[in-house]
Design a binder for this molecule. Structure first.
Ligand code: SF4
Length: 480
């Protein structure tokens, strides 16, 4: 047997015992498997967290959480029982080490962030921003982001059954927090969804629609089914992807009779018309893949849809090792028939520096996970570059590792650059977390921040005329 850096083991899925938690000691299986019960018992505040977890949760943790919610959090708290139950799954809630296990837990780290998790030096990058991907600037109609030539993102609603601390759409999604007021859609939902369908009917160049939000699991099922059915009526649309973290966070929703029957109807119509429907979910840690999640994924595949795929987010302290990424990918693939598809680098939103990795770290992880999974199931680690779109981490054009600035190019225009003759020759910048830089790079940013000029950075340039194909990868010598 040759020793390998990663040792594959097939893991058995397990549903942690929810009755170990004092607040749910008497909850029956029937209640647990009801989507309605799960929604009604989501944890939304510290008082409810205390009620569920009991005396094992320390006052120190609660104070840490309270400070984060007051001073840093960009998302309000909303944790379905299904997700809370996967945190510190092997430790009894009244055991001495429970709070320590909760602090260290990967799911807790992104679903229930506390103040001490965040960077004290640079909690936010100087270039962090709300709507860091500029999606609203690319709305063709309100909520419909036309960011790539042949595909669109339809933000059908601004809520989810669960709120993730690192949410990219923190500008729009969820309830306001003490530090972040949320953008509100101007149009009523029916007018917005109607305008989206009308735009897609008159824009036959779009063949691929990501139906997202928020999370589609929060749209009343008949409304979601009607929207997808309307998409299926448009001949030019060939791919429909339903974005739902709830497949993992609230699998009970996708297992309900109403949703299964509705998905079977949509699946049948899609097959008849030769259209692919897939569900895209968002799982960041292997422990989240429980038997209920696997059942929900299989139930969806049985409706005849094309696939269930995972788009995780690469997060420090959650999954930033080859072991964690491969464990998660194999668990998804072997245990739940979910295709590992992407890991996104965490976007540059306020308060995210403690979660973000540098591009170099992401490139190294991509290298380390190659060759273990089947090629079709090897997730690509991608950087969603503002104004560019998703780019595989090795597609960087130029990379200044001292200052942590990577430069990227694009090969299509959006409406934002319709009149920009140089759009395809420009370089677009993405920034590493400052604490990951060498000392002189960190000092450079510090000097600018102290001098009030953190916005003065080396200018992104223009690629040469023939430079639509990047000259180097940033890892190889520039002269290559
Ligand atoms: S489920 Fe998705 S949209 Fe909702 S809070 Fe999490 S990351 Fe944001």
């Amino acid at each position: 047997m040759i020793e390998q850096p990663y040792a594959y083991r097939r893991a058995d899925l397990a549903e942690p015992d929810w009755t170990r938690l004092p607040g749910w000691a008497r909850v029956t299986r029937e209640e647990w498997e009801s989507a309605q019960w799960q929604r009604a018992h989501c944890v939304k505040n510290i008082r409810q967290l205390r009620q569920v977890l009991g005396a094992g949760l320390s006052e120190e943790f609660c104070a840490d959480l309270e400070r984060d919610q007051r001073e840093r959090a960009t998302m309000s708290m909303l944790v379905p029982p299904q997700m809370l139950n996967t945190m510190a799954p092997l430790v009894a809630a009244d055991a001495a080490g429970f709070t320590a296990a909760l602090y260290a837990d990967p799911v807790r780290r992104y679903m229930i962030p506390v103040f001490s998790d965040r960077r004290a030096d640079w909690p936010s990058h100087p270039y962090a921003s709300r709507d860091s991907l500029h999606e609203a600037e690319m709305w063709a109609v309100e909520g419909l982001t036309h960011r790539y030539p042949t595909k669109v993102l339809a933000e059908v609603l601004p809520t989810c059954p669960q709120y993730c601390g690192h949410c990219t759409r923190m500008d729009l999604v969820g309830n306001p927090t003490p530090v972040i007021a949320k953008h509100k859609f101007a149009l009523a939902r029916e007018d917005r969804l109607g305008a989206m369908i009308a735009y897609l009917k008159r824009t036959p160049g779009v063949r691929d629609v990501v139906v997202s939000g928020g999370d589609v699991a929060n749209l009343p099922w008949p409304r979601l089914e009607a929207f997808v059915a309307a998409l299926l009526e448009i001949d030019s649309i060939r791919d429909i992807r339903l974005a739902s973290k709830a497949l993992m966070g609230l699998p009970q929703f996708w297992l309900s009779d109403e949703v299964r029957a509705g998905m079977a109807r949509l699946g049948a119509t899609a097959r008849e018309r030769g259209v692919s429907i897939a569900i895209h979910t968002h799982v960041n840690a292997a422990q989240s893949v429980t038997p209920l999640v696997a059942r929900a994924a299989r139930a969806m595949l049985e409706t005849g849809i094309r696939d269930v795929r995972n788009q995780g987010v690469l997060l420090h302290g959650v999954n930033d090792s080859a072991q964690a990424l491969l464990d998660l990918s194999f668990t998804l693939l072997d245990g739940a028939n979910i295709m590992p598809y992407y890991f996104y680098m965490c976007d540059m939103i306020p308060g995210s520096e403690h979660w973000r990795l540098s591009l170099a770290q992401a490139q190294s992880l991509q290298h380390q996970i190659m060759g273990y999974l089947p090629g079709f199931a090897t997730p690509r680690i991608v950087c969603d570059v503002p104004y560019v779109g998703k780019r595989w981490v090795h597609q960087v054009s130029r990379y200044d590792t001292r200052l942590g600035i990577s430069y990227w190019t694009k090969n299509y225009r959006t409406a934002v650059e319709a009149d920009d003759a140089l759009a395809l020759r420009r370089e677009y910048a993405y920034y590493d977390p400052i604490h990951t830089l060498p000392a002189d790079g960190q000092q450079w940013w510090l000097d600018r921040a102290r001098g009030g000029s953190a916005t003065v950075v080396p200018e992104a340039g223009l690629m040469p005329e023939a430079g639509l194909a990047p000259a180097g990868t940033g890892l190889t010598p520039a002269a290559q």
